[in-house]
Design a protein. Sequence first.
Length: 451
Amino acid sequence: AHLARIEAVDEKVHAFLHVDREGALAQARAVDEKRARGERLGPLAGVPLALKDIFTTEGVPTTVGSRILEGWIPPYDATVTRRLKEAGVVILGKTNMDEFAMGSSTENSAFGPTGNPWDLTRIPGGSGGGSAAALASYQAPLAIGTDTGGSIRQPAAVTGTVGVKPTYGGVSRYGMVAFSSSLDQGGPCARTILDAALLHEVIAGHDPLDSTSIDAPVPAVVEAARNGSVAGLRVGVVREFGGEGYQAGVLQRFEEAVGLLRELGAEVVELSCPSFESALAAYYLIAPSECSSNLARFDAMRYGLRIGDDGTRSAEEVTSLTREAGFGAEVKRRIMLGTYALSSGYYDAYYGSAQKARTLVTRDFERAFAQVDVVVAPTTPTTAFPIGERADDPMAMYRADLCTIPVNLAGNAALSLPCGLAPEDGLPVGLQIIAPALADDRLYRVGAAVE
Ligand code: GLN
């Protein structure tokens, strides 16, 4: 049924870069056979899923939204991919994304934009716009995203779906193409809190193949999602999230959500986190710096595209021709910014200062979580904007992640869930819930209470 749905609507939505019809049907059949044999199956066995095209899939193309990986077929599965397969989840295909996960609109994909199912002329968020659009257009009930600065939560917010960024280290990064390794985190996307929790449980947990993977039990997210409650909980509202640049209808729905939390028995505490003002600037030094280092591996020798290799050119020339043709404008911008920020003479002033700002953001969160159990905020300052509107204005694009980026800098857990439609445009608004590291279960307990 989902393959038929994809066939019927994805020409318009363009959520998928690759549909693995044969692979999906084979996995579904394998699950059926296990069921027929009376084997014990997990809760997601046979459930279809859309996988962001940043996770390697053995024998199935993985492009990361870039021309530079054209023609590359990974010889191995990412840990997330492997865990999904072991749980019997049916991977329908790979979803569209901003190239190397750099963007907030999916317009930076080398393979064309994805439409927001609520209004196809608007962006579905990014970088994981394909995964969010697949959910919102009922092409898949589950999806996987990655969140470096907001790429799970922001697409969830603007498509009226649920997206979770687990605690940094909670989900293995093995086989997840690296953008900014100290920030990147894979996580579940779904249409309900409980679905997201069930998926979270399948993909999370320690992985010896990822050196930053947390060696601790996975928080009891499914139990929390089944027992939503906020009675007696202290909920923080951060003064710095709001004001200028925020859409009135987004703030209105957020205030209503805070009202609902109070009604349900939560104690709402107003907080100030002054260093959040520098979070965006710090992120746009740290993320490009790590990206400039991570993307050095795309040298035309090891993977994918190779241009100009006709026997007359040096390896260096082939590398340079390939990178020139294979990377898009935003990726090049980040590689240049990052290389500059890391260069000797500028390192302390740029990268060093950004790391200090990152520490201050982490401390602000620590102070906040000494007073409250969770923090709530709007997920995004505005609803989905029209495709093309911010394409030539990187700063305007970057501001889409104003409320999500501080969480990545600190490594905390956060989710976005729908909290109504903005009155002025009828488009979905997201409520963000933020919990301390390792307390991912709180997100689901609160999310289930207000869903
Ligand atoms: N929009 C942010 C960026 O462009 C975040 C992307 C992400 O989370 N992968 O870097």
